[in-house]
Design a protein around this ligand. Structure first.
Ligand SMILES: Cc1cc2nc3c(=O)[nH]c(=O)nc-3n(C[C@H](O)[C@H](O)[C@H](O)COP(=O)(O)OP(=O)(O)OC[C@H]3O[C@@H](n4cnc5c(N)ncnc54)[C@H](O)[C@@H]3O)c2cc1C
Length: 400
């Protein structure tokens, strides 16, 4: 069962596409650029860097400088142009090779920036796209509130216009990565008198300012990945509106669509060789096969069945990510895969199902993912809400 990272890359002469004699096609040139980036440029850019944020910024800057981070974004706003076939080549060639520190940019690169590209003014595109794509600015998502999660349109954080600025007050919660974010995509109520879906606006908020207080929330994994964010008359320029004032629900739903795609496909990009206590990807089957070997359980018939089932699930997730399936399907499948993988890890690595053996070098890593898999069915919209969406959008059932 080779991991994605271990799969052999094709030599330049066997790129699997027809070239005109002597002249590489556009697709071949792109494949070569990507391979050279991962084989040569990236290892050099990360040499000697230890800190997670430091490595994250260095990876994104190098990816951008290689002309790859901005594929799918217009060159006039700092992108690298290209079309869906270029993005498909990038996805194929980078599978299993993206460093885990990319998680730091998940909300910016996979959610906020696509919505800014699709819906924001040219001024906002100029201001935020280049800096986000190149990793100079990290983003978080200020959506959920203590009284508004699945029913997001009930949010009560307010934004009031004050001359050339908006003034924002309220509380957000479960904000992943807020502790190291420079910017936030924010939903706030701008017309309290309007029906709840109509009086909302999407903004960009600078996180480093006196009106923003970030307090970490420690999870049962022992890690504080998300936070409470208190907004006390925080300010932003009048023009930092994504889309139109009071039309933020449309933008919010657009972002949630990108979020479902991101959470449904993120797992297939992680190399099986990485063991990081972060992220929401299911444990790779290849790692569990290694664990089974370590525990002398590779001959155990039920373990073999479990591992083969997990591997099949992984391939299905990868294919779902390549197809235009409804994004809720990928997200639901990831939750299921994450729980199944955690269950197998639990059976292989826990002593008596209750405590880790002292000599287990991977103890923290597997413990983290066994506990963290519970969050997969909640973050990015709960499983129940994903199934509601499928019932309504795919099956045409009445709204719940
Ligand atoms: C790891 C993680 C990271 C997160 N990161 C962020 C972030 O960065 N930014 C952010 O804004 N939020 C974030 N969230 C919050 C997340 O979006 C919410 O937790 C989620 O939307 C659910 O909201 P809630 O917690 O208020 O639960 P509730 O909405 O109160 O739901 C409670 C239960 O009721 C069920 N339920 C509710 N309504 C219905 C219905 N109509 N039909 C059927 N069942 C229903 C839910 O499925 C759930 O099981 C994160 C959450 C997690 C776990």
């Amino acid at each position: 069962m080779p991991s994605a990272a271990e799969q052999p890359t094709m030599p330049a002469g066997e790129l699997g596409v027809k070239a005109q004699a002597g002249k590489p096609s556009r697709e071949q040139r792109l494949r070569l650029t990507i391979r050279e980036f991962f084989d040569v440029t990236l290892p050099r850019a990360l040499t000697g860097l230890d800190g997670r944020l430091e490595r994250a910024r260095a990876w994104r800057a190098a990816f951008y400088d290689a002309g790859l981070a901005g594929l799918g974004y217009p060159e006039s706003f700092g992108g690298h142009g290209g079309d869906s076939s270029d993005l498909a080549v990038l996805a194929e060639e980078s599978r299993g090779r993206i460093p885990p520190e990319e998680d730091v940019f998940g909300i910016g690169v996979r959610m906020a920036l696509p919505v800014i590209r699709d819906l924001a003014s040219p001024e906002l595109k100029s201001r935020f796209l280049r800096s986000g794509l190149s990793g100079q600015e990290i983003w978080c998502q200020l959506y959920s509130e203590p009284g508004a999660g699945s029913d997001l349109a009930s949010l009560s954080t307010s934004a009031v216009r004050d001359g050339e600025e908006w003034v924002v007050s309220g509380q957000k919660v479960w904000t992943s990565g807020a502790q190291h974010s420079d910017l936030a995509i924010l939903l706030a109520r701008t017309d309290p008198a309007a029906p709840k879906h109509r009086g909302i606006t999407m903004f960009v908020l600078a996180m480093h300012q006196p009106g923003v207080t970030v307090r970490p929330l420690r999870q049962m994994t022992g890690v504080a990945e998300f936070n409470e964010v208190f907004l006390d008359e925080a300010r932003l320029p009048a023009s930092w509106v994504v889309g139109d004032v009071n039309d933020g629900w449309r933008a919010a739903v657009a972002l949630l669509g990108y979020e479902r795609v991101a959470t449904g496909t993120s797992s297939v990009e992680r190399p099986a060789t990485q063991k990081l206590k972060a992220g929401r990807a299911p444990l790779p089957a290849a790692q569990l096969a290694e664990l089974a070997a370590l525990r002398h359980r590779s001959d155990d018939l039920s373990v073999r069945q479990d591992l083969a089932r997990l591997y099949a699930g992984e391939r299905i997730m990868a294919w779902l990510g390549m197809r235009a399936a409804h994004p809720s399907i990928g997200k639901l499948w990831r939750t299921r895969q994450g729980r199944a993988a955690a269950q197998v890890a639990h059976g292989l690595a826990l002593s008596g199902g209750a405590a880790w053996e002292q000599d287990d070098q991977d103890r923290d890593y597997f413990a983290y993912h066994i506990l963290n898999c519970r969050a997969m069915s909640i973050g990015g919209g709960t499983d129940e809400m994903q199934r509601n969406t499928l019932a309504e959008k795919a099956l045409g059932l009445p709204r719940s």
